[in-house]
Design a protein around this ligand. Structure first.
Ligand SMILES: Cc1cc2nc3c(=O)[nH]c(=O)nc-3n(C[C@H](O)[C@H](O)[C@H](O)COP(=O)(O)OP(=O)(O)OC[C@H]3O[C@@H](n4cnc5c(N)ncnc54)[C@H](O)[C@@H]3O)c2cc1C
Length: 379
């Protein structure tokens, strides 16, 4: 057991597990604290962009070997189908249940000490570094802290609100009827309706993941009830109703998440505190790039840390990488929720979907300018 590691990582999602693996591979002592005891489902569309797939490969995770479903095209629907086109890159779909466990296993194999059922209650700076405090009164010191608790804020380190913070997210897996499963194979489908939007795609099990957002106003109209919400959305979107006709829900109730700060992007951090993934930037979910951002932030943070740069330099650099894609995605998300009819503009020129998919990614230049030594080690 490491008494005072070089790095303490709070949170074992994609960002935390990836940074733990990168640092441990370079010989740093790392302790990762994850609140959950075992694999579990998470609110997520489970779309893996090509950058995410490449970052996972660097870590030794081959998603095709895990049965990830291929995705090559996108379909946009309102009440009925509006537009469809090929994606500008090959993508994949893999459940977070499988992905996050694979990443934690990589971190452990790299030499990080992964502690499960360990919820960080508070993070404080101390005279000679940082201290993570637990609810049982115990604490863990470290020289640096990598804050990767994703959607959950740790006491003393609340994130600012995003530019679009009025949405509540839900996720449910469904077993589709055979014709619907075949129609969905290879596609990610986006459905726009008054008060939100939804994404549907197959995962490695052959079941479909429906992940959607709804404004609080829409949720109130449905009295906060999932069946009423789903029924209302299906009434607005015949295309989604057709896909879900006869589908069997696979969870007892949907997973839900509120207060998502879409558009949040932090350029500042305290010395020795490295904010990663959703703690650093939150891109609206329709873009399907949050996992990629989490993995990229981990790789960039490790790179900066290992060459002795400060956490503030890292935060500024990450903000520069993500400013454009997060800004563009947030503007589109706000417009779609405020005026869903705007989606019909895609009928005039369907390749606009390709353009949006390209412009809501991390720019290629930002992905390639990490130091060679770090990349070589990871391969
Ligand atoms: C509706 C919706 C749909 C999305 N769809 C997609 C998509 O299709 N594709 C995509 O790429 N991105 C998508 N995203 C974004 C993506 O889910 C996130 O960007 C990504 O999960 C961020 O990874 P992370 O490691 O920062 O955080 P997380 O994945 O949230 O991981 C954080 C981890 O920290 C742990 N933790 C939290 N608090 C504590 C604590 N106090 N102590 C110890 N451990 C703690 C949690 O248990 C968790 O394991 C979506 C997001 C939403 C809201």
């Amino acid at each position: 057991m490491t008494s005072r590691p070089d790095a303490l990582v709070a949170g074992g999602g994609p960002a935390g597990a990836a940074v733990a693996a990168h640092l441990a591979r370079r010989g740093r002592t790392v302790v990762l604290l994850e609140q959950n005891a075992a694999a579990h489902h998470k609110v997520c569309g489970e779309f893996l962009s090509h950058e995410a797939v490449a970052d996972l490969e660097r870590l030794g995770i081959l998603v095709d070997g895990m049965g990830a479903a291929p995705i090559h095209a996108v379909r946009l629907s309102g009440r009925k189908q509006i537009a469809a086109c090929e994606l500008p890159f090959p993508a994949r779909s893999l459940s977070r249940y499988a992905l996050d466990e694979a990443l934690l296993a990589v971190a452990a194999r790299a030499g990080a000490e992964v502690r499960r059922s360990r919820r960080v209650d508070r993070i404080e700076s101390s005279q000679d570094g940082w201290l993570a405090r637990f609810s049982n009164g115990q604490s863990q010191p470290a020289n640096a802290v990598f804050l990767a608790t994703g959607k959950h804020d740790v006491n003393g380190h609340r994130r600012p609100p995003g530019k679009q913070s009025n949405l509540v997210a839900f996720k449910m897996h469904f077993r589709l009827g055979s014709p619907q499963r075949q129609a969905l194979h290879g596609w990610v489908e986006l459905f726009v309706y008054p008060g939100g939007y939804a994404g549907l795609q197959l995962t490695e099990s052959g079941d479909a993941n429906l992940c959607l957002v709804a404004t609080r106003a829409l949720l109130r109209r449905c009295e906060g009830e999932w069946p009423a919400l789903l029924e209302r959305i299906c009434t607005s979107s015949e295309a989604l109703a057709e896909r879900l006709d006869g589908a069997q829900p696979l969870f007892l109730k949907p997973l839900a998440l509120s207060s998502i700060p879409y558009g949040m992007l932090r350029a500042q951090s305290a010395p020795g505190l490295w904010r990663l993934g959703d703690q650093a930037a939150v891109i609206p979910s329709f873009a399907g790039d949050g996992i990629s951002i989490a993995l990229h932030s981990a790789r960039r943070a490790a790179d900066f840390y290992l060459r002795g740069a400060s956490s503030q330099e890292f935060a500024r650099s990450l903000q520069a990488d993500l400013r454009w894609s997060v800004g563009a995605a947030t503007g589109i998300s706000q417009a779609l929720v405020a005026v869903p009819a705007l989606a019909h503009a895609a009928r005039l020129w369907p390749p606009v979907l390709r353009l949006i998919a390209s412009r809501t990614r991390i720019p290629a230049g930002a992905l390639s300018d990490l130091s060679g030594s770090e990349s070589r080690i990871c391969l």
